[in-house]
Design a binder for this molecule. Structure first.
Ligand SMILES: Nc1ncnc2c1ncn2[C@@H]1O[C@H](COP(=O)(O)OP(=O)(O)OP(=O)(O)O)[C@@H](O)[C@H]1O
Ligand SMILES: [Mg+2]
Length: 308
């Protein structure tokens, strides 16, 4: 991971008896696209609001740009956020909405900045219709433009593709990749891992307020790749046989007895025969195939979080 831009330690938010976020620990690297995945009620919005400075934690710490947030309030201004409904004024048009935010930031040269942002998010600069007449996708784009007004270093998008059609989803995805390419660190939440996997470089799974897993993109994909899992007497004895006798190079040793083989086209009988003939006892062999969604559900349970 690149240099950490955000560090969250033991971050907790409690509403009366409900612990919405429980001792979350993770780091987000500069220039990453950090995917926060969790079911309804997992605590995603609460966590993101705390990172953006919109909600005080009950306990724990957030470091932004290497400074503890308690004593560096202005650093929250380097974060732009699109959360739930974007806080747009329905009776104003897109330009007017952005202008109000630009004024609150004390920006000069507002016109060219706003027109540039409207163009960036793919909204027609000459469209003067009120936001209440906008489609869901247009509102979402305007919300992203609003989050970008202060030229932040970090952009937080809470479920930005919710309710969008496939074309809207792919346009938002393209926009995120473009912003990231220009150097912006992005945090994006979703309850669909498959969707996040198309863009995110880092992943945290949030379940009932707890970060239960944290992966790089490579680690996550490796977890879900087709593989043959073998459990043997001793993994270190099996490895030279796999390499030399079976010509298997794409494998990973998992502990003392287990090896994952990713050349999954190889017949399992061949593997067993070769190991046994060379004196390595095989306890079990299983073919393993899992989609990202199955992987996520296996960790969070299909019943999911509660919204009580
Ligand atoms: N202001 C609040 N007061 C009391 N409880 C709250 C408050 N905000 C959130 N909660 C509770 O905290 C838990 C986490 O909520 P949160 O909205 O952060 O989850 P989420 O992952 O964003 O869910 P969703 O996918 O539905 O947006 C839920 O049980 C929710 O009911
Ligand atoms: Mg939410």
């Amino acid at each position: 991971m690149s240099e950490a831009i955000i560090e969250v330690s033991q971050l907790t938010k409690q509403f009366k008896s409900k612990i919405a976020v429980n001792k979350a620990d993770f780091k987000i690297g500069k220039g990453e696209i950090f995917g926060l995945i969790g079911q309804n009620g997992a605590g995603k919005s609460t966590l993101l609001k705390m990172i953006a400075g919109l909600m005080y934690p009950t306990s724990g710490e957030i470091k932004l740009f290497n400074r503890t947030m308690k004593d560096s309030h202005p650093y929250f201004e380097r974060i732009g956020i699109l959360i739930e409904n974007a806080g747009l004024f329905p009776h104003y048009n897109a330009y007017e909405n952005l202008d109000l935010i630009a004024i609150s930031y004390g920006l000069t040269n507002r016109k060219s900045h706003i027109n540039k942002l409207l163009k960036l998010v793919g909204l027609d600069v000459s469209n003067k219709s009120k936001v209440k007449n906008y489609s869901m996708g247009m509102k979402q784009r305007l919300g992203i433009a609003a989050a970008l007004i202060g030229s932040p270093d970090v952009l937080i998008l809470d479920e930005p593709i919710n309710g969008l059609d496939p074309q809207g989803i792919s346009e938002i995805r393209r926009m995120i990749l473009e912003l990231n390419k220009a150097g912006m660190t992005i945090i994006i939440s979703s309850h669909i891992l498959e969707e996040l996997s198309k863009i995110a470089t880092q992943y945290a799974i949030l379940h009932q307020g707890e970060v239960i897993e944290h992966h790089s993109r490579e680690q996550l994909l490796l977890q879900c790749e087709d593989r043959i899992e073998i459990e043997v007497e001793k993994a270190s004895w099996a490895v030279p046989i796999l390499e030399q006798n079976l010509n298997i190079n794409h494998y990973k040793v998992i502990g003392e007895h287990v090896v994952y083989i990713y050349d999954s086209h190889i017949e399992t009988q061949h593997i067993i025969k070769s190991l046994v003939e060379n004196g390595v006892m095989v306890h079990s062999i299983t073919k393993h195939k899992q989609s990202l969604e199955q992987y996520f559900l296996a960790r969070t349970g299909s019943g999911g979080g509660s919204h009580d």
